[in-house]
Design a protein around this ligand. Sequence first.
Ligand SMILES: *[C@@H]1O[C@H](CO)[C@@H](O)[C@H](O)[C@H]1NC(C)=O
Ligand SMILES: *[C@@H]1O[C@H](CO)[C@@H](O)[C@H](O)[C@H]1NC(C)=O
Ligand SMILES: *[C@@H]1O[C@H](CO)[C@@H](O)[C@H](O)[C@H]1NC(C)=O
Ligand SMILES: *[C@@H]1O[C@H](CO)[C@@H](O)[C@H](O)[C@H]1NC(C)=O
Ligand SMILES: *[C@@H]1O[C@H](CO)[C@@H](O)[C@H](O)[C@H]1NC(C)=O
Length: 695
Amino acid sequence: MRLFSVASVLLLTLVAVVQGLTWTATPFNPSSIPLAVRAPYLSAWLPQGEGAALNDAWATFWTGMIVGWAGFVKVDGVPYVFMGSPSVPAAFSKATQKSSQFTSTKSIFVLSAGPVDLTVTFLSPVEPNDLVKQSIPFAYMAVSAAATDGRSHSVQVYSDISAEWVSGDNTLTVNWTSTTTGSILTHQVQLENPSVFAEINDHTQYGSAFYSTPNTVSATFQTGADVTVRAQFINNGKLANTLDTAFRAIDDNWPVFGFAHDLGTITTATTPVVFSVGHIRDPALEYIVASGGTQSRNLLFMSEFSTSAAVISSFLDDYSAALARATAFDAQVQRDAGKISADYAAVVALSIRQAFASTELTLSKTSTGAFNTTDIILFMKEISSDGNVNTVDVIFPAWSIFLYTNPALGKYLLEGLFRYQATGLYPNPWSTHDLGASYPKALGHNDGLDEAMPVEESGNMVIMALSYAQKSGDISQLQRYSALLNQWTGFLITDSLIPANQISTDDFAGALANQTNLAIKGIVGIGAMAEIESLLGNAAQSANYSSIAKSYVTQWQKFSASTTGAHLTLSYGNSSSWGLSYNLFGDKLLKLNLFPASVYAEQTAWYQTHANAFGVPLDTRHTYTKTDWQILTASWVTNTATRDILIGAVKDWVSDGQNNGPFGDLYDTVAGSLVPGIDFKARPVVGGHLALLVL
Ligand SMILES: *[C@@H]1O[C@H](CO)[C@@H](O)[C@H](O)[C@H]1NC(C)=O
Ligand SMILES: *[C@@H]1O[C@H](CO)[C@@H](O)[C@H](O)[C@H]1NC(C)=O
Ligand SMILES: *[C@@H]1O[C@H](CO)[C@@H](O)[C@H](O)[C@H]1NC(C)=O
Ligand SMILES: *[C@@H]1O[C@H](CO)[C@@H](O)[C@H](O)[C@H]1NC(C)=O
Ligand SMILES: *[C@@H]1O[C@H](CO)[C@@H](O)[C@H](O)[C@H]1NC(C)=O
C-alpha cells in the first residue's frame, strides 16, 4: 500500500534515521515484524529491537524460540543470503535491506543483491468473511526479482524451513517426506512420537508442518543437513532432488527442507516465486460436552478438503486472488483507521494478524463421522499471560476486531462458553473465567476453581452477547442462553455496586474491594441485560433491570467521586487514587448512555494532564499501563488531544526499540519498557486497538 502522503513518508524516514536504521521502515519499525502469523502454532516473527534486517536474524516463534527459515539468491552466479542467519561452509554475501513495510496482512522487505532487488512479501491472510479460508493455518512467502541497472541477470532463488516448526523441544526425533502432488512440491515434517493435545514451550507436540511451492520446470528440492542443502544451492544454484531419510532429532545435524527455483534471465520485475508454510493438527481441540465427556473438534477447512495435499494445492493456487483480497482489506483498514490518525492506522495494522492468529475455527463431527458444518466454535488461546482457552476477559478486550471484521466470529467465540455453562457442569453463579487451563484442551472447570473474576466475566458475557445481537440483528444466542444471562445479571445486581474484594482483568495488579472501574463493568452489564430483555420481548423485566442500572449509576457517582481532585477514584473512598475507566467503552458501544456526560468530560481532562512520556498509567498503584485499555479509553474521551495522547503513547511504545517481542500490551509509561517479570506479548487483546472503528 502506498497511501501515505509525501509528508508522512518523509517524517517516517526521519524517524527511521533517528533509530539508526539503514533502511526505510514504513509506517515505522515495530518491536517485531509478523512473517507467518496465522494460528496459535503458526507464528513466525522477525524480532526487531532497534532494527534487524530480514537477513540479520532468524525468524522466531512468538515465545522467542527460533523457527528456522532461510533464503538465498544467486545473481549471475554470486550467492547472497536474504533471509535468516545461517552459517554455511561456503562463501556468500549478505543482501542489503533497503526497506521494510507492514500492512494489516503483509510484511514486505526489499533487499539488494548486487544489481538485482528482491521483494520478499510475507502474506498472512485475514479472511473474516470466508470461514473455510480463515481456518487454513497457512501463510505465503512470495519472492520477486528486478534488475536495478536495466540489464539482464541470471537469478535463482532458494528457501528452506527447519524442523523447529513442529516442537518446542529440539531434542525430539522427527521424520519427514517430500512429495509431488499435481503441480505442487511439498515437504512434510512431524514428530516421530507425537502427543495429541500436548504442548511444550507453547509449541504443539503433534500434527505436521508443511513447506510447499509450485512444481515449475525449474524447481528442485532436497532434504538434508542445513549445511549440506544450503551449500548445495550456494555452489550449484539448484538442489539435488535427493532425500535424506536418516530420521533424527531436530537439532541433530539440523534437517532442513529446501526448494530452489531458477528464474532464468530477468530484467523487469518477475512474477513472484511463491512458497507456503503451514501446520495442521487433526483433531485440533478437545471440548467438554454435556455428559461431562469430551468431543474432538477439527479445523473448519477439513469439511472442504479431505487431504493436506488438497488444501495446500487450493491455498497455493489462490495466491493471486488472496493477495488481491488482502490488498483490498489493507486499504479498507487504512481508510477507516486513517480517519483517526496515521499513528492509529499503523497501530491497528500491526494488531490485526496478531489478534486473528490467537484463534482457530472448528467443527465437530456427527455420529456418522461426517463434519457438522452448522456446529461452529471459535477458540482462542490467551497467549503469554497464560495458555487458557477462550478467556472471557481476553475475548472482551479483543472484541472490537471481530465486530469490525465479522460479528459472527464473536458469536462463535461466545458459543463454546455458553454451551459449556448451559450444561450445568460449572458450579459458580458467575461466569467462568475460561474454558480450560491449557490450550487446546477446553475441558471446562467443573470444580469451579478457575481464576475467579466474578464481576468482570459476568459483565463481559452480557455485554458481548448484546453487542453481537445489536451488530448482527441475530438474537438466537440471546434466546438460547437467556437463563444464563439472567443468572449472571442476578450476580451483578448483588455484587457490582459495592464490588467485593476481588481481582479484575488486571490480575497482575492484585485484588481490591470497591473498584470504581469494575463497578462500571457490572452496571453496564445490568443495563445491557435490560436491552436484552427488551429484544426478547420481556418488557417488565427490561424495565426492572433498567431502573436498577440507573439507580446504581446515581449511587456509584457518590461512592466513586474523589474529594481531592476532579476525577473518579480507583477504589471508593481513596480520594488520591485514580485509574483508566476503560469500562465506559461498554456504555458507548451498546449506546446505553447510563453514565452522564460530565463523567466522560472529567476523566478526559484528568488524563490529558496526567500522561507520562509513554502514556497514562493504568492506575495509581504502578506506572505501568495497558495498550488495549488506553485505546478503549481513547474511544470515548471527549477531545482529540487526549485521544491522540493515548494513541500516540501506544505507537511510541511499540516503536521505541526497547523490545523485540510481538506487540506487547503491558509496559511502563515512564521508561517505555517491558514490566520486569510480566512479559505480555503476542496476545489477542490487541484486537481492542480497533475500538475506535466500532463506536
Ligand atoms: C513418522 O511418524 C509418524 C508418527 O509416529 C508416523 O505415523 C509416520 O508413519 C512416520 N513417517 C515416516 C515416513 O516414517
Ligand atoms: C450439529 O450441531 C448442532 C449444534 O451443536 C446440533 O444441534 C446438531 O444436533 C448437530 N447435528 C448432528 C447431526 O449431530
Ligand atoms: C465499599 O464501599 C462502601 C460504600 O462506600 C462502604 O460502605 C464499604 O465499607 C466499602 N468496603 C470496603 C471493603 O472498603
Ligand atoms: C427486579 O429484579 C430483581 C433482581 O432480579 C428482583 O429481586 C426484583 O424482584 C425484581 N423486581 C420486579 C419488580 O420485578
Ligand atoms: C490509596 O491509593 C493509593 C494509590 O493507589 C495507595 O498507594 C494507597 O495505599 C491507597 N490508600 C488506601 C487507604 O488504601
